[in-house]
Ligand binder design. Sequence first.
Ligand SMILES: [Zn+2]
Length: 473
Amino acid sequence: MSLAAAFVRVSTGSQDEISQIEAIDAYAAERGITIVKTFRLRGYSASKGTQEPALRQAIADMERGEYSTLIVTESSRLDRREDLDAQAEILLAIRAAGGDIDAIAEPTFGKTDFAGRIATLVAQHGNAEKSRLGRNQTYRGITMVRNNNAHHGPLRSFWKTRGSRYHRQAYCYDPSAVNDIYERVANGDTIASVARAYNLWPESIKAVIRFAANHTGVVECSYTHEGVTETWQHEVEPVVDSELWWRANRVLNANVTEQRANKGGRPVARPTNWLSGVLDCPECGGKLYLNEGRLPSGRLRTPKFRCNGNRKERLACGRFKGTDARPVIDLVSAMFANDSTEILAFQRVAGNAHELDALKASLRKLQARLSVTEDDDELDAMVAERKATKARIEGFVVVPDSYAYAPTGQTVAEMWNDGDDTVRRGMVLAVKAALRLSLTPHGDRWGLRVDTAATEGAESTIVDLGNGLCFRR
Ligand SMILES: [Zn+2]
């Protein structure tokens, strides 16, 4: 049977007291805990810190061993929330007296890594304060923007704002381009070809077409502050006729079919091979993609690397005629699969401050356990352990932490052979970035070249694999 005290705090005129006591009684009965004392604080505002004498009394009771647990409905009953230093101090004192706090609504409160939790609390509080301050300041600015019916929010291509802060006026700086885009799309040009003509991404062209302000002359602005969204209308000069706007949008709508609807999940474009889209076109500098699959006749095509231009325009240069993929893939594979260079990781190579932290934590745990242990033998063992831990803490010599690249025990070949396509792709890209992996003429065919010029002078080049991993070549 364990003993506990209930801690109830209510503000004046509140009906909350009975419900708190009922909750605590039910909680105690369920766990076979006997409530030996009840602290009732009425009309005490926690934010004035006046409940402290009662908490001090509870700590003294715990030190005498009268009970080991203080039960509250929520941790906020214990202390004012704003002053986390005071809260931390009280919680630590209860813990040091060998006591514990049970917060019914927060089962993990004070249970796991106590000191760490306090640190987190203080940090969270600081962060919340700071961001609230920032949000309020931003909101004051937005209120002025709204009162002026000025512009706030994102704009489409060919649109800009001018004017002073809080008075921003949106305008289209190239109406003829916008009109031309609407005309082209309305007349059935592909989005990709229009995008190419204006050096934009296809999605940006669609966004221009969908932008209602282009024909209505009104931009809907909105801002959400503490869950309330306010909207206002910002007037602009319209750019296209409504008739043209509708014609172009109808073309886009025609493409929205059942088959193209988002069926959920993350739309990931999977490369057919880890080398597809990695190597540069030797002629134009675009990317080479693996071209494989079946011919219209149904026969398998010989896999080839072909130029597909850059990612934005996706236009082959026509000068690079393609090369058989198999030999290139085999060459790159062989290069990695037989490389016994060690993978290095950025890690702690010296320093032991973390061991001291662990010792201190185990001492706190021992102290807490000492007051609740009844068994004499166990108690003797714990006292001895506590003595030993204290001695180790006193004699502890802190070695400052230092970090460096050190071997992980894995080689490039092991990483390559164990890795999936994503890992391999990452490794090839890392080598390409560090050593300029490229295709080079080799008689009448294309060979692979790893640039050693980068390593001249220096002993080795670091190939950065990301995630703190690298290797030297
Ligand atoms: Zn090319």
